[in-house]
Design a protein around this ligand. Sequence first.
Ligand SMILES: *Cc1c(COP(=O)(O)O)cnc(C)c1O
Length: 451
Amino acid sequence: MSESNTLHWQNLSREHLLPPFSDYRELNAKGARIITRASGVYLWDSKGNRILDGMAGLWCVNIGYGREELVEAAARQMRELPYYNLFFQTAHTPALELANAIAGIAPIGMDHVFFTGSGSESNDTVLRMVRHYWMTKGQPQKQVIIGRWNGYHGSTVAGASLGGMKAMHEQAGLLISGIEHIDQPYWYGEGDDLDPDEFGIRVAEQLEQKILEVGEDKVAAFIAEPIQGAGGVIIPPDSYWPKIREILARYDILFIADEVICGFGRTGEWFGSDYYGNAPDLMPIAKGLTSGYLPMGGVIVRDKVVQVLNEGGEFYHGFTYSGHPVAAAVALENLRILKEENILERVKAKTSPYLQKRWRELADHPLVGEVRGLGMLGALELVKDKQTRERFPGAIGMRCREHCLDNGLVMRAVGDTMIISPPLVINEEEIDELVTKARLCLDLTARDARA
Ligand SMILES: *Cc1c(COP(=O)(O)O)cnc(C)c1O
């Protein structure tokens, strides 16, 4: 495709499109990169460049691009029943079969699903559902939800308030009332000279301090991602989740594990909570549920919570597209492929150990202060000084990201943390290509940094 086509589309973007999470002036000056097609783990842009998608879209294309079975499932369902809803005592087979399939892979005792259109809607649902739960139980004062700074739970008003992205709060006059935050378990960034496990315990203990400060009788729930994704692939120290479990066991509050990224195989288990041995009461899901082929989310709910909701009268909440039949048919097909092709087993036994081994080789690079990763997730901390962890002035992460795109790799920058979350179907050869390209881009970034 020609250069002039690219300019045409870049102009359409300037003239008509307001894209999410973008600085419009900066983007308009530069021009958007136009993605035209995809297959397997690769994207192509309008100039014909092939790009290895190290982010699986936005953490979602778990089975890779171009699976005809999902196309067929969507077409079949559109012909049969393109739309109906789950409101007012109706249901349809795709949503019912999908709820059943999800219950089959969810942790024991989590057998019900409330469907939504996205991860953000799932977290809005969670806020409404836990408050309704406590009201039904006769404890209406239990309203406060405790989240974590730098957590990400989506971009709707409730999602952004539950999340701990301060820039999002400031721009929109958030938080909404009844939400509190504690520190994140980000050892490299905030652990100073503490040993990682000691740091993990300390930040976990903040949960107990916050519960006592607010009052157990006012706390409804704690929400956290098993591994923070958008915050920069923050993998808690080993001591963190056991300590959190210990605290949760002492207090009568609900535990919400936001599985929007970790769900559907990202850690090599079905859910991040399985990986860590956590037992949440509610699990918001989205992204990998359909491998991103259609928008869909949901909340998986523990039976003991459902028992209370059953006594609560009408739940005044839902979306036109809750359980959308076409999205549900695609999600079912996606789950079938994940299971029948043993994709999680392969991630666990072969490709994630290989990715993690190769990824850690980048630790010797002069710009890299820390390499971390787990399952099909990875992060690199870019620093000026490995000893002191001093950062570069200016946005070195964005420079690195630019070099990656120019050299055929999508690697995302969260500040000066470079992150990856490739499709779960990535093979060893493609992992080699990813790591080789990442090193090349680190070299180019180091050259810029010296200049
Ligand atoms: C992406 C994400 C969300 C929001 O999902 P959307 O589909 O973008 O609304 C919520 N929680 C986590 C952990 C996410 O990564």
